[in-house]
Design a protein around this ligand. Structure first.
Ligand SMILES: *[C@@H]1O[C@H](CO)[C@@H](O)[C@H](O)[C@H]1NC(C)=O
Ligand SMILES: *[C@@H]1O[C@H](CO)[C@@H](O)[C@H](O)[C@H]1NC(C)=O
Length: 95
């Protein structure tokens, strides 16, 4: 009986350690991802918008109330002279 209690405690302890390790490795994965995003300067996009006929970069920034520098940061390498219908633009996020 006493042995069973001890085994239970050891098991609980192991689970606790495992949980801790998992939490630490997840935190590491997250910070690595953050570092990678920083290194490659890939914006994190929270919201996208599909271009419709007649849209311009300016119209989209007005519609989503974002500044031009913000829009350019969210959409690196976007050519505003070559927008096409159905093109996905990032309209909210961080970069
Ligand atoms: C746009 O953003 C500005 C500054 O954040 C805010 O004052 C204004 O009310 C916003 N306009 C709309 C239509 O959301
Ligand atoms: C943007 O697109 C226009 C129209 O297709 C093209 O003439 C221009 O060279 C492009 N600019 C860049 C920087 O790719």
């Amino acid at each position: 009986m006493e042995k069973a209690v001890t085994n239970g405690a050891v098991l609980l302890h192991s689970i606790f350690i495992l949980t801790l390790l998992l939490a630490v490795s997840m935190a590491n994965a997250r910070s690595f991802k953050g570092f990678e995003a920083l290194a490659t300067k890939t914006p994190d996009c929270f919201s996208v918008y599909g271009v419709i006929q007649g849209d311009t970069c300016f119209a989209v920034t007005q519609q989503f109330n974002i500044t031009q520098p913000c829009f350019e940061g969210l959409n690196p390498n976007l050519n505003c002279s070559a927008l096409f219908i159905g093109q996905w633009l990032c309209v909210a996020g961080s970069f």
